[in-house]
Ligand binder design. Structure first.
Ligand code: M6P
Ligand code: ZN
Length: 194
């Protein structure tokens, strides 16, 4: 609750601006292991043979209002481990927004990665992510980040509190472009729906 008086208060939350870690109220944390990412990477056989407990990425988010609230904002940090499944880099699941007309900002904090984008016609494109890079993700655009480096990658995010996550299209058909390590070179390749 916001108490209105003349005292100047200490903020309820803190962010470590180098690491992106939060402390304080209204925080949620989640993580995804290899075992939880069924059918997300192209080489499902390679994923099944890996250590199912291995961490792929984790998220910390500051949610000051209820999910679905019109007019609020959410703010988070995602850390992606280095690694590949087959030749495909570790990456976030990726999603459209439930309210598809909501956009988002991503920005690079540490490490190096690639933001992969796809519109509703499945037209895809990609941008490098690195400390200081800023990415405006337009409405109606699915977004995912892959770690192309040897170290952990982290990026910040800010999105409307009524945006929601729609994972259905990505679960069904994946992204139209996937990012592979081809002889040490991050290579974007077109994927046709079967
Ligand atoms: C960013 C934001 C979050 C998202 C997270 C992981 O922090 O976009 O909303 O949950 O990345 O991405 P995903 O949910 O696609 O795995
Ligand atoms: Zn989003």
């Amino acid at each position: 609750m916001n108490i209105i008086d003349n005292s100047i208060r200490i903020p309820q939350q803190l962010i470590n601006i180098a690491e992106g870690t939060f402390t304080g109220a209204h925080l949620i944390e989640s993580s995804k292991t290899i075992g939880q990412l069924t059918n997300m990477f192209l080489d499902e056989g390679a994923r099944e043979e890996m250590d199912q407990q291995q961490l792929v990425y984790r998220v910390q988010a500051h949610l000051p209002v209820a999910d679905g609230t019109l007019g609020g904002l959410f703010f988070g940090t995602t850390w992606i481990q280095p690694g590949t499944v087959g030749d495909e880099y570790f990456m976030t699941h990726g999603h459209f927004h439930q309210l598809a007309d909501r956009g988002e900002y991503y920005w690079g904090l540490k490490g190096s990665g690639v933001l992969i984008l796809m519109d509703e016609q499945r037209k895809g494109r990609a941008e490098y992510v690195y400390p200081g890079s800023l990415h405006y993700i337009p409405a109606y655009t699915a977004h995912r980040v892959a770690n192309i480096g040897d170290d952990e990658l982290s990026f910040g995010a800010c999105w409307p509190s009524d945006a929601g996550h729609n994972y259905d299209e990505i679960k069904k058909h994946g992204f139209s472009k996937r990012l592979f390590n081809r002889g040490g070179v991050p290579t974007l390749e077109d994927i046709q729906i079967a």
